[in-house]
Structure formats: structure tokens, C-alpha cells
Design a binder for this molecule. Structure first.
Ligand code: 2PG
Ligand code: MG
Length: 428
């Protein structure tokens, strides 16, 4: 048997898609296998996420990661060298104990998730298996239905529109390849329409078009036109998905739509979104209310949950206990799974499993600050999440992930099962 003892670790500073520093970790096994992973970074962050440890000060706008990298090369290496990389759960537990804080603020969630994922890659490598296959443990897996951004907004586009993500889901697709090809046509059509209308201002942080719209709803009408211009039927072929990221719009039940100079309370925001649900083929809405508005989230789920997928992101922060409590309370019916919100692979999986136990949809997601790292693709396939969200259809930190799914779909060949629209049971 290959020696899976961790012989050496190395942390280094690398750079993300916003040109900000982030943490990369390599884990070298005694047998020579190496695992490597990079921490991503969010801009619209839930306040209960694992903390990204940043240096502060003036360099790189305070975003330096020298302390986080030093923890990898110091305390974390000392803890893990000599450990068996196959024992992911035990390693993650020890990392959590070593950190010793509730929010992973001492070692840094960024140092911890990069380490945890690098250990996982090393273990898969030692088995001579692609990561998704190692995670699947022989069980059947599905290729995920993608959620792909067409317009960016909110914290990812200078708040040019209030809603953060206007996305599409290729409901008519028969394979993952088909789904991204359909989305490519919608993305291109949207770009043409924006240009013709003089509303194209480049791309936002996740590669979606940076829009110059007069209202939030204009994005929805433009998206409908783009779907039609691409030759598709909105609803049957292509559904719309929104990430409201409402924690960015306010707190204590007060929400501000800056673009429209309007203040809304929780009920008003629910009304606005329910109106959109009635008028547009919206099949999924993420964080419709803020992370501190559990009552609003419950009300909205009661009103819209039979028609649409209601995803908790900031509201659930990839935390199994929060998912369980929200399910019991009737808030949300799906969970976004972001490894760096949790801080370790084991906690990430626990949140996903809690979602599945509740009968919820599970969507593995990238962050707005990303890199060439494609670990999340393997988690989505290997854990059979059913859905994947990685931003838009431009910029290589996004395309690297979509392309990785294509490679996996091809490798699975006749065994490739595409999750498709069945992951949205409300449409069935
Ligand atoms: C989100 C993500 C990805 P961020 O809110 O779902 O779109 O954004 O990484 O900035 O939290
Ligand atoms: Mg979100």
C-alpha cells in the first residue's frame, strides 16, 4: 500500500481573480503524491462565515495573507506532518481544535480550508483516482445542473444594480455539455442586446455583464429578451435564477434599493420578489431576505417555496446546525455549499448532508474571488450535489470550472448521468 503519511507541507501566497492575495497549500505524502488547493474569497460575506485571516495595514488594501501563510508553514505543518492523509475527518477535527476559536479567526479559515482541501487532493492522488471518483466511493454520481450568471450586480459590480446575480438555468438541457452550450448562446445574445442598447459597461467580478440599467427589473426584461434572441423558450428551455444577496441591502428588516432610491421593509421586499416570480420564469432565489431576517425567510419560503427553490447562502453559511434548524423552522428549501464558509472539508460535507437529509436542493458554489482551483467541481460531482454555481460564462477562473465538468462528463462516458431539471422538483 502507498505510504499516505504527510511528509511535508508548504503554504504560499498566490493571487485571486480580483488581484488580491490568497493562500495556496501543498501537502506532500511520503510516497511522493502531492495535493494542492487554493482558498477562494467572498465579497458579499455572511457574518457567520469562517474568518479569512488578513494582515490589515496598508499593503494590498489590508488584504495580505502573510499571517495565514505563516500559520500553514508553522503550527499547521507541525500538527499534520506524520499524520495519515486518508484520515480527513480526524485531521479536520484537529485543525479545528488547534485553531480554538468559533470562527476560525486565529489560524484563519483561508489557511484551514486550503490545507483541508490539499489533504483531500493528496489522498485522492495516492489512490490514483480523480478527486470526484475518490469522493464518490463507487456510488453513482450525477453531473450538476449549472446556475450561470448573465448580469452581475450588488457587491460584484459597484452596486450598479441592487440584485447581485441574474443567472440562468438550462432546464431543457439533456447533458451538462448541452447546458453550457445553451448558456453560451444566451450570454452572447445578452452581450449583443446590451451593446445595441448602449448599456454594456464591461464585466463584473464573476464575468457577468456589468449593466447600466435604470431599474432592477430591467435586468429581468433584458434577460428574457436574451433568452428569446438565443432561440430559446423562457421557462421550458431556460429558467431564471436570482441571488438577491439581501444581507447587502440592509439589516433589522429594512432594505434599501439604491438604484431605485427606495426603502423597503421585509414584507415589501417579499412582495416585490413575489411579483417578479409571478411575471418571470424564476425557478430559484438565493438569500431573498437578509441573514438576520429569519422571520422574513420563513414567510417568503411559505409563500414561494412550492414554486421556486429558495436558497440560503449568508443565511446558512454552509453550517449543518443552521441547515437543520432552518429546515425545522421552514426557512429555505435549498442550501448553498461554499467550502471556505465552513473552513474544512468535513464541515462542508456535513452541511451538504444536512441539506440532503432535509430533502433540500444542494448547490456547490464558488466565491466571487476565485482562482484556477477546480476543487469545488469535484465536490459537486463526487458528493452528488446536483447543482453547481461558479459565476458567469467568461474569465478563466470561471471557465476552468465549467471545463472541468465537461472533462468529467466525457470521462464518465455512458455512465454520465446529468442531474438536469429533476433537481428542481417544483418543476416536475
Ligand atoms: C454569493 C457569492 C457568489 P461572494 O453571494 O453567492 O456569487 O458571492 O463570493 O461575494 O459571497
Ligand atoms: Mg449568495
Amino acid at each position: 500500500m502507498t505510504d499516505t503519511t504527510i511528509a511535508r507541507m508548504h503554504g504560499r501566497r498566490v493571487w485571486d481573480s480580483r488581484g488580491r492575495p490568497t493562500v495556496e497549500v501543498e501537502v506532500h505524502l511520503a510516497s511522493g503524491f502531492t495535493g494542492r488547493a487554493i482558498a477562494p474569497a467572498g465579497a458579499s460575506r455572511g457574518s457567520n462565515e469562517a474568518v479569512d485571516l488578513r494582515d490589515g495595514g496598508t499593503a494590498f488594501g489590508g488584504m495580505g495573507v502573510s499571517r495565514a501563510v505563516a500559520h500553514v508553514n508553522g503550527e499547521i505543518s507541525r500538527l499534520l506532518i506524520g499524520r495519515n492523509a486518508l484520515q480527513q475527518a480526524a485531521i479536520d477535527e484537529e485543525l479545528i481544535a488547534l485553531d480554538g476559536t468559533p470562527g476560525k479567526s486565529r489560524l484563519g479559515g483561508n489557511a484551514m480550508i486550503a490545507t483541508s482541501m490539499a489533504v483531500l487532493h493528496a489522498a485522492a492522488g495516492a489512490h490514483g483516482m480523480p478527486l470526484y471518483a475518490y469522493l464518490a466511493q463507487g456510488k453513482g454520481v450525477r453531473l450538476p445542473l449549472p446556475e450561470i450568471q448573465i448580469f452581475g450586480g450588488g457587491a460584484h459590480a459597484g452596486r450598479r444594480v441592487d440584485i447581485q446575480d441574474f443567472m440562468v438555468m438550462a432546464l431543457g438541457a439533456r447533458s451538462f455539455d448541452d447546458a453550457v452550450a445553451m448558456t453560451a448562446e444566451v450570454y452572447r445574445a445578452a452581450g449583443e442586446l446590451m451593446k445595441e442598447a448602449g448599456k454594456l459597461q464591461g464585466v463584473a467580478d464573476e464575468g457577468g455583464f456589468w449593466p447600466a440599467f435604470a431599474s432592477n427589473e430591467e435586468a429581468l426584461t433584458m434577460l428574457m429578451r436574451a433568452i428569446e434572441r438565443a432561440g430559446y423558450h423562457p421557462d421550458e428551455d431556460i429558467g431564471i435564477s436570482l441571488d438577491v444577496a439581501a444581507s447587502e441591502l440592509g439589516r433589522n428588516g429594512r432594505y434599501r434599493l439604491g438604484l431605485e432610491s427606495r426603502e423597503l421593509d421585509s414584507d415589501d421586499l417579499c412582495e416585490l420578489l413575489l411579483g417578479w416570480l409571478a411575471r418571470y420564469p424564476i425557478v430559484s432565489i438565493e438569500d431573498p431576505l437578509a441573514e438576520d431576517d429569519a422571520e422574513g425567510m420563513k414567510k417568503f419560503t411559505a409563500a414561494a417555496g412550492s414554486r421556486a427553490q429558495i436558497i440560503g447562502d449568508d443565511f446558512l453559511v454552509t453550517n449543518a446546525v443552521r441547515v437543520k434548524n432552518a429546515a425545522a423552522a421552514g426557512a429555505c428549501n435549498a442550501v448553498l455549499i461554499k467550502p471556505n464558509q465552513a473552513g474544512t472539508v468535513t464541515e462542508t460535507k456535513a452541511a451538504l448532508d444536512a441539506g440532503k437529509r432535509a430533502g433540500w436542493g444542494t448547490i456547490v458554489s464558488a466565491r466571487s474571488g476565485e482562482t484556477e482551483d477546480v476543487t469545488i467541481v469535484h465536490l459537486a460531482v463526487g458528493w452528488d450535489a446536483g447543482q453547481l454555481k461558479v459565476g458567469s460564462f467568461a474569465r478563466s477562473e470561471r471557465m476552468a470550472k465549467w471545463n472541468e465538468v465537461l472533462r468529467i462528463e466525457e470521462a464518465l462516458g455512458a455512465n454520465a448521468v446529468f442531474a438536469g431539471r429533476a433537481v428542481l422538483p417544483r418543476l416536475a
